[in-house]
Ligand binder design. Structure first.
Ligand code: NAP
Length: 295
């Protein structure tokens, strides 16, 4: 692993600091937008209902968009909003030439179906990268937006010198939000890792992971990845979030693993902030795809 401008854990692993990298990314976007003469770049967020964590996520996303020199537009609908009302709000944003990125905060309240809502977002504006068409583009290797959380994992590995070419990777969790696109990103040309997709039926997870140079844990089971999962020097990236009586915990037992790993993300402060950083990156790219940037 290359020597880097990076903090290390007490046990000597490179600390893949997501807050720091997100701040670097936001500052870089701010400079790029300023260098282009401050064109109008707009991220629209849609929040339905009064879920507290969703409100916090949206607030953070809007704040970072403004820090990046973008315009943040927000549409909020009450928990009693109908399917038709939510769809109408998203349809309006889809058709508005002043809006470049659309993010619908999920999950929607019970009784609302997210799929037809997401289907209304054109691929160029789908900065969350979660729609069928964006996923299709990722599989086909076409230009499009990649889901923010797995993209953030890739950015952390690039920034902190984790080599991927020819390396074995295990991704634990197979959701379309994280695990599945993560495997596609790790295995695609240019990254060139050899990924294994593990899940609840995979059997001996520790044995699978012990063979891996890279572990990405996206499960939601606190402390699942223990010392016996980790090959010395492996990179360990923790996506899982469990809200416990002791606060937020990741899938990785950080204290047990940090002295074995070569690089590790903290939780919180690792993959979470990078999800937001990559949303900003995708929004900038959306404006470029839509011809809103000069040059
Ligand atoms: P999900 O849809 O619930 O998927 C969880 C996956 O974990 C499933 O594939 C499941 O396997 C697998 N799994 C469950 N228990 C397991 C076990 N004991 N051993 C091995 N695999 C197991 O969740 P998600 O949406 O992908 O999110 C995963 C975690 O990441 C959650 O904690 C979520 O809060 C967090 N998250 C974090 C960020 C971030 O920015 N850091 C962003 C998004 C999500 P089966 O398919 O076999 O059921």
């Amino acid at each position: 692993m290359a020597e880097l401008d990076a903090e290390r854990t007490p046990g000597g692993a490179v600390l893949m600091d997501g807050n720091r990298l997100r701040d670097e990314l936001v500052a870089e976007l701010r400079h790029r937008i300023a260098d282009l003469g401050n064109p109008h770049v707009c991220l629209a967020t849609v929040l339905v209902g009064d879920d507290k964590p969703s409100q916090i996520y949206i607030r953070n996303k809007r704040k970072k968009a403004e820090e990046a020199g973008m315009v943040s537009r927000h549409v909020e609908l009450g928990a009693e909003a109908s399917q038709a009302e939510v769809e109408e709000a998203v349809r309006d944003l889809a058709g508005d030439p002043d809006v470049h990125g659309i993010l619908v905060q999920l999950p929607l309240p019970d009784g609302l179906d997210a799929e037809p809502v997401l289907d209304l977002i054109p691929p160029e504006k789908d900065v969350d990268g979660l729609t069928e068409r964006s996923m299709g583009r990722l599989v086909r290797g076409r230009d499009g937006h990649v889901p923010c959380t797995p993209l953030g994992v890739m950015r952390l590995m690039e920034r902190y010198g984790v080599e991927t070419s020819g390396k074995k990777a295990v991704v634990i969790g197979r959701s379309t939000l994280v695990g599945l696109p993560q495997v596609l990103l790790l295995g695609r040309k240019g990254c060139d890792a050899t990924p294994v997709l593990a899940h609840s039926r995979s059997g001996d997870l520790a044995a699978l992971c012990r063979d891996a140079d890279i572990i990405v844990a996206a499960v939601g089971v606190a402390g699942l990845v223990t010392a016996d999962f980790v090959k010395p020097g492996a990179a360990v990236l923790d996506v899982g979030i469990s809200r416990t009586a002791d606060g937020i915990q990741g899938d990785v037992d950080f204290d047990a693993v940090e002295s074995i790993a070569g690089a590790i993300t903290p939780m919180p402060g690792g993959t979470g902030p990078m999800t937001i950083g990559c949303l900003m990156e995708n929004t900038f790219n959306a404006a470029r795809m839509l011809g809103a940037l000069p040059g």
